[in-house]
Design a protein around this ligand. Structure first.
Ligand SMILES: [Ca+2]
Length: 502
């Protein structure tokens, strides 16, 4: 019979253990490895979050509803924009630069580098508003948000280590659903005003200073690393709530032939002062030379519409351009544009090369030396801007607005600011096609910036070519076309359509 050995007897029967070389190494690794891994992981993460080379900061300043003709550097004698004028003198002005007819499509173009029509985003609100007016066509619905996986220019800067910030108006998606961090912006707590920009229009008039304060705080906090900051002012969209002293100043100032409302000019002056404060801070922090600054607007000013003057006057005077916000005439889509990068982009230069908000994303990435595999609709204009290239070949630029844009009051005549239409600019030519009656208009913008003389019947071959380009582009993007209504014409709502990738 074998008695089981007790643990005590088994342990006392051995010599006290001594650690050999191999166990000592194991103990060392067990103790030292975890902290070392933490340190190495931290170094790795920091190296990922910091770019390998020094890159420029990017500051994009977007005004809302600022007319092409409004800033002083565009030759306006009534408004006062000394800070924007200085920015223009220190940078390059693109005098044939385009946005979109309304806010949301323009912001999609700016942030994605693609035509908003590609995402079936055609208008800011519903493309067939419920105003109880006759609409001859059944129009496609404008999609309420971007497809989930769409990458914005902010996400591409963020990917290479930039800290990215959004201040002000977002509007790419409905306010309750929008999540800027998922669109490439670093953190929601670096976002001011996007919540209020969703639903509280009344607050828009008073956010200019707050947004600038937040922008200054952002660049102070992130001065030591590359940043991409998108400052989307609510100014100078209505409601116009300018500082009283500025309002008095412009109310008493001779108009010099201009038709801007004093409140519009005062709001522009307030925004100009705030932009001046932001640019001064950039200079004080010695960031001026390493920061690309872009200033532009999403669409033209509200004003200049044909028909009798409304009871409440429109704020903007878009002359010499025709019509205004909401239309595809030049007054609706041509906007001021300045880019400044001291020592890299020539100062005091004006280029007439037609360009569009879709070009901003690819151009900024290229200027910053960032390669991207995103297929943009826009062009990289970096070589043109830095002066390595004198001209680009002409390309067609397109606008697709198959929607009804009403006047704010139902009683206004005509009732629509715009009916469903599309437009293309190619070289000096621009063609507009109206879906209701299949009418076309053709203008030579080099000779007639005010689109006053329709040359469609004088140059039928040019009109035919441009219409062909428009149709080919529409087919390529698979865009839904408005079609005649059957039955009652007093029905609001649009066709249920959507982009293929949604
Ligand atoms: Ca706007």
């Amino acid at each position: 019979m074998v008695e089981p050995a007790t643990p005590a007897s088994s342990s006392t029967s051995r010599q006290p253990a001594r650690l050999g070389a191999q166990p000592r190494l194991l103990v060392f690794l067990a103790v030292a490895l975890p902290p070392l891994l933490v340190v190495f992981w931290g170094v790795y993460l920091r190296s990922r979050s910091r770019p390998a080379v020094s890159r420029p900061n990017v500051l994009v300043l977007l005004a809302d509803d600022l007319s092409w003709a409004a800033p002083g550097f565009q030759g306006n004698p009534y408004t006062e924009t000394p800070n924007l004028d200085r920015l223009a003198a220190e940078g390059t002005v693109l005098s044939s630069f385009y946005g979109c007819p309304t806010c949301r499509p323009a912001r999609v173009a700016l942030l994605t580098g693609c035509y908003p029509a590609r995402y079936h985003i055609f208008s800011t609100g519903p493309s067939a508003p419920s105003v109880g007016l006759a609409m001859r066509l059944l129009v496609p619905s404008s999609f309420p948000k971007l497809p989930r996986r769409t990458r914005t220019v902010a996400s591409l800067f963020q990917k290479v280590g930039y800290v990215t910030g959004l201040l002000g108006k977002w509007q790419l998606e409905p306010a309750r659903r929008l999540i800027p961090p998922q669109r490439g912006f670093t953190a929601q707590n670096e976002v001011l005003g996007f919540k209020r920009s969703g639903g509280c229009l009344a607050a828009w008039g008073r956010t200019t200073k707050q947004i600038t304060d937040a922008a200054i705080e952002f660049i102070r906090r992130h001065r030591s690393r590359p940043f991409f900051l998108y400052v989307a002012y609510h100014a100078v969209h209505r409601p116009l709530v300018p500082p009283p002293a500025l309002l008095r100043h412009f109310a008493n100032k001779p108009r010099q032939g201009r038709g801007e409302l004093p409140a519009y000019a005062a709001k522009i002056a307030e925004m100009d002062g705030e932009i001046g404060r932001l640019l001064a801070e950039l200079r004080r922090l010695r960031l001026e030379r390493n920061t690309i600054v872009v200033f532009t607007s999403d669409n033209g000013g509200a004003g200049g519409y044909e028909g009798p003057a409304p009871r409440i006057p429109w704020p903007a005077d878009n002359r010499p351009l025709r019509s205004g916000k909401g239309t595809v005439y030049e007054g609706g889509i041509r906007v001021p544009f300045v880019v400044r990068w001291p020592g890299r982009i020539p100062a005091g230069r004006r280029l007439d090369e037609p360009a569009h908000l879709i070009d901003v994303a690819p151009t900024l990435l290229s200027l910053a030396g960032i390669r991207s595999d995103v297929a943009f609709d826009g062009w990289d204009l970096a070589a043109l801007l830095v002066g390595r290239e004198q001209r680009r070949d002409a390309r067609p630029l397109f606008w697709y607005a198959p929607c009804y844009t009403p006047h704010p009051k139902r009683a206004e005549v005509p009732r629509w600011r715009a009916t469903p239409c599309e437009a293309v600019r190619f070289g000096s030519w621009k063609l507009v096609h109206f879906f209701e009656d299949d009418r076309i208009e053709l203008y030579n913008l080099d000779e007639d910036i005010g689109e006053s003389e329709d040359l469609a019947s004088a140059y039928p071959e040019v009109a035919e070519e441009l219409l062909g380009r428009l149709r080919a582009w529409r087919d390529e993007l698979g865009l839904p076309v408005p079609r005649p209504r059957s039955g009652s014409a007093r029905v609001a709502g649009g066709m249920r359509t959507g982009p293929a990738q949604w």
